[in-house]
Design a protein around this ligand. Structure first.
Ligand code: KG4
Ligand code: ZN
Length: 346
């Protein structure tokens, strides 16, 4: 049975996991750094890198220990090699290189976004290619056509903020602390989604791209006006975000009429209202719908190990050289045209 050790350290979760060829998570550990970053209201790269460096070694040892596995029994070590905060990515990738060299096990450098893209197949083994993927995380908001492992075409991206970022900024405006997504979701459940008039940026436009900067500014203005209760602002923001997702997906699917399934992944896919709305969109169009369980939506190492397993099973699989570099930016579809405003965010 194929067995891969996965390592994730691209943002503020330190994670290690062992996953087998059937998609069973044999062991996994994950440590969030929320407390370390909370006083700053966002992830501080230097603090994140130091925390990864302190935690990762003992965490990998604990995962192997728990599974009763020696590193040499692994078929590969898969580590996130980008995109992300470069200091953290380097900690994970360099650790993986050292272990791969010492144990003489192949190294697989994984694109973090590919981890999210394929996480749906870890959770749902019946899910086949092709599928459309809505990737909604703290750093990315994209619609991808997924035709196979390594075969990704980007149809849409954000021209300014990612959706997770908009959730985090809304939380900051409303004084909900960090990380903001889950807090906004909780507060939204107590509010009225039609209470605050908010824009749906780019709705109705021809290209399926996203924009959330204007929505965030409108949230700030609504809050500063003193006219609205925080739960109503949270609920109205969440509804505006959902409306944007559905409108943009409608445009994207008009260009993918042979694609039978919609998959959502990334941290914002943990949001129940978002999941329910996407499920409704899929049902209306006769599409299959798949979403990984929330703990596989936010950053984790099982999805990185799984991406390694998917890569190992390709007929032309080659391990990556130990000279491979960590990459702060690493598009899944390098042929995709840059859009106005893109490239500002990591
Ligand atoms: O995928 P992820 O863990 O990290 C990145 O690769 O960015 O996504 C983190 C993002 C954060 O912006 C967080 O606020 C958002 O996902 N998020 C949520 C929820 N849980 C996490 N947003 C809305 N509702 C949630 N329940
Ligand atoms: Zn992520």
């Amino acid at each position: 049975m194929t067995l891969v050790l996965g390592i994730e350290s691209s943002c503020d979760e330190t994670a290690a996991a062992l996953v087998d060829g059937t998609g069973r998570i044999v062991a996994q550990h994950i440590a969030s750094q929320d407390e370390a970053h909370a006083p700053y209201g966002g992830v501080v790269p230097e603090i994140a890198a130091r925390a990864h460096a302190e935690r990762l070694g003992p965490m990998i040892a604990a995962v192997l220990d728990e599974a009763g596995i020696h590193l040499r029994q692994c078929d590969a070590i898969a580590a996130t090699a980008g995109p992300g905060l470069i200091g953290g990515v380097m900690v994970g990738l360099v650790s993986a290189k050292a272990l791969a060299m010492a144990a003489e096990v192949p190294l697989i450098a994984i694109n973090h976004l590919e981890g999210h893209v394929l996480s749906a197949r870890l959770a749902d083994p019946a899910l086949r290619f092709p599928y459309a993927l809505l990737l909604v995380s703290g750093g990315h908001c994209q619609i991808l056509r997924v035709d196979g492992v390594g075969r990704y075409r980007r149809l849409a991206t954000t021209i300014d903020d990612a959706l997770g970022e908009a959730f985090d900024k809304t939380a900051k405006i409303l004084g909900l602390g960090f990380p903001g997504g889950p807090a906004v979701e909780r507060l939204a459940a107590e509010g009225r989604a039609d209470a605050v008039p908010l824009p749906r940026p780019l709705a109705g436009s021809r290209e399926p791209h996203f924009s959330f900067a204007g929505l965030k500014s409108a949230v700030l203005r609504a809050h500063e006006s003193g006219q609205y209760a925080a739960p109503d602002i949270a609920a109205s923001f969440q509804q505006a975000a959902i409306d944007c997702l559905l409108d943009r997906l409608g445009v994207a699917f008009a260009r993918m009429d042979d694609v039978p399934a919609l998959v959502v992944a990334g941290g914002v896919a943990a949001n129940k209202a978002v999941r329910a709305a996407l499920e409704g969109f899929a049902a209306q169009r006769g599409l299959a719908f798949s979403a990984p369980p929330p703990q596989l939506c936010t950053d984790n190492a099982a999805m990185i190990a799984w991406a390694g397993i998917e890569r190992l099973s390709l007929p032309d699989f080659r391990p990556d050289p130990l000279s491979i570099s960590a990459r702060p930016r690493w598009p899944l579809d390098p042929s995709a045209e840059p859009v106005r405003g893109a490239g500002v965010k990591a």
